[in-house]
Design a protein around this ligand. Structure first.
Ligand SMILES: NC(=O)C1=CN([C@@H]2O[C@H](COP(=O)(O)OP(=O)(O)OC[C@H]3O[C@@H](n4cnc5c(N)ncnc54)[C@H](O)[C@@H]3O)[C@@H](O)[C@H]2O)[C@@H](O)CC1
Ligand SMILES: [K+]
Length: 500
């Protein structure tokens, strides 16, 4: 597990480290600068004679890190210059102290520095202290850095990227590598921040879990290779691995049902039954002969048969879909995954009472998982899609609380939230997965994991991770351009337990 922190959390951990653990601020700053220096030396020591480093320093402690880095590099024989941006009178105490020390080292700090003479550009304008759009002299500096040729390193966070949301505030530094201090910031993983950050290296500067003092970060991710499936019972039969009921596919939408059913099997479910429109019988039996088939008339008896249920992929928004949803909500209390049109129906006026009923069931302890993409989320929350996109974790949390459910908010970086506790941010997957049917596969994966007895939050996080890994494997075979949802289903679980 890897923590992802907000600016406020990082500042709190910084404060705890200094005030409670007793490690002085200048020690943390020195370690931050040493970590950045280590990285640059690893990259440039072999070509030190030809390396010229230009550091853009703001007036906060991020700038202070930059000044300390300049001193370390100069002491090590690198050609270094510093360009200060901002009013020195208003610099932080640590900055002023670093500046005084720097005067004893051969670092160029005068105002006529020609950027094009330097082949390494270091951004130390703003870190987690950025609080408003970058404008004026600062924006000019960001543009100057971005225009410069050569290697680009950001200290802690690329200036202009919001540490919490990954949004660009005004304009932002486009880094090749970001060395971030203590814990990885959310904004380095969320888009578009992830693209501005480039490769992210998290450096230990002496702020660790001891600095939480009972307040853990509210977000985490899994690193590749760290997700484990449930151990398979060697003596199990198909009943052991769960009976999964899938209500999916209206007339003409059989593909959604086939993809989700296949994904549930590929993830390990023992039996999958598909309830779908009568017209789909033949195509489903041909497309996935392993699945049991039932028409909508057999829904009620199938609810008794099932251990877990998913409804939504390709069901449409017609009266029959609404009736199926009503039956699933009212006639069963079994774990339920709601996706796609099931969510759209809940968001419509016709589905309002059902949504209320579901909320009540969630409060009483029914296991409910909602898997909206940004559009579906915006309909459920009655917000614009850009509001949802701009702060997906916060919106997912609202949805989870509203339905007393696990919310899986799908986007390039999918978020999984429970009512209480930390959110999971997924980092597997690629642009190839933005393709029709990809969400149906995820529904099947989560259903398959639930069927095997995983608890709901774990099935959601593990499911999203495995789905992304499968997408990465599929992109390896077909490129990000060529991935189709069926490829993702085919690649599920393949080699996924191997460390990446
Ligand atoms: N654990 C930590 O938190 C540590 C922090 N360190 C560094 O300290 C940084 C945080 O330092 P600061 O809190 O001083 O903040 P920054 O250096 O990120 O920002 C400096 C100041 O700029 C001002 N500002 C914000 N947005 C602006 C804008 N758009 N235009 C003009 N001015 C703006 C704010 O008043 C802010 O305090 C971290 O990112 C990191 O680089 C390191 O020294 C190591 C330890
Ligand atoms: K920076």
């Amino acid at each position: 597990m890897k923590y992802l922190v907000t600016a406020q959390e990082m500042k709190q951990y910084d404060k705890n480290t200094i005030e409670y653990l007793g490690i002085p601020g200048p020690v943390l700053m020195e370690r931050a600068a040493l970590a950045a220096e280590d990285f640059l030396k690893e990259r440039f020591d072999a070509v030190k004679e030809r390396t010229k480093v230009l550091i853009f320093a703001g007036m906060g402690n991020n700038g202070g890190d930059g000044l300390a880095l300049a001193r370390l590099l100069a002491a090590d024989g690198y050609a270094v210059a510093v360009k200060c941006v901002g009013d020195m009178q208003r610099a932080t105490k640590q900055w002023k102290s670093q500046w005084q020390t720097l005067q004893h080292f051969p670092v160029k700090t005068d105002s006529n520095i020609a950027v094009d003479e330097y082949n390494v550009i270091v951004d130390a304008l703003f870190g987690v202290g950025l609080s408003r759009p970058v404008e004026g002299n600062y924006a000019d500096a960001v543009k100057e850095m971005n225009k410069a040729e050569g290697f680009k390193l950001a200290l802690d966070v690329p200036s202009g990227i919001c540490s919490d949301t990954g949004r660009v505030l005004g304009c932002a530094f486009l880094a090749d590598v970001t060395v971030t201090f203590g814990f990885c910031k959310r904004g380095l993983v969320l888009y578009p921040g992830a693209e501005y950050a480039g490769e992210v290296r998290t450096a230990n500067v002496g702020i660790g879990q001891e600095s939480f003092l009972g307040q853990e970060p509210e977000m985490y991710t899994y690193e590749k290779g760290s997700v484990q499936l449930l151990k398979r019972n060697a003596a199990g039969n198909k009943g052991t691995f769960g009976k999964a009921l899938l209500v999916a596919g209206s007339n003409g939408m059989a593909g959604a049902a086939i993809l989700a059913a296949k994904a549930a099997y590929r993830t390990g479910a023992g039996m999958v039954k598909v309830i779908t429109a009568e017209e789909n019988r033949q195509i489903i039996q041909q497309g996935i002969p392993e699945a049991l088939y039932g028409s909508c008339r057999q829904l009620t008896e199938s609810l008794d048969w099932a251990d877990v249920i998913a409804i939504g992929p390709g069901i449409g928004r017609e009266e029959q879909a609404l009736q199926c949803l009503k039956t699933v909500v009212e006639r069963s209390r079994k774990p339920l995954v709601l996706d796609a049109d099931a969510l759209n129906l809940l968001a419509e006026e016709n589905g309002r009472m059902l949504a209320e009923e579901l909320r009540a069931q969630g409060a009483e302890g029914r296991v409910i998982l909602l898997t909206p993409h940004v559009g579906e989320l915006s309909r459920l929350l009655k917000r614009t899609t850009s509001e949802c996109k701009d702060d997906l974790p916060a919106c997912a949390k609202i949805l989870a609380k509203r339905f007393h459910a696990v919310a899986v908010a799908k986007d390039a970086r999918t978020v999984v939230c429970k009512e209480q506790g930390a959110c999971y941010l997924n980092t597997t997957g690629n642009s190839g997965m933005a393709t029709a049917g990809s969400g149906d596969v995820l529904t099947g994966v989560i259903l398959g994991l639930l069927a095997q007895g995983m608890d709901a939050p774990e099935a959601a996080t593990c499911g999203v991770y495995l789905h992304g890994m499968a997408g990465d494997l599929a992109a390896g075979l077909h490129t990000e351009y060529g991935v189709m949802a069926g490829d993702i289903a085919e690649c599920l679980i393949k080699n996924q337990n191997k460390k990446a």
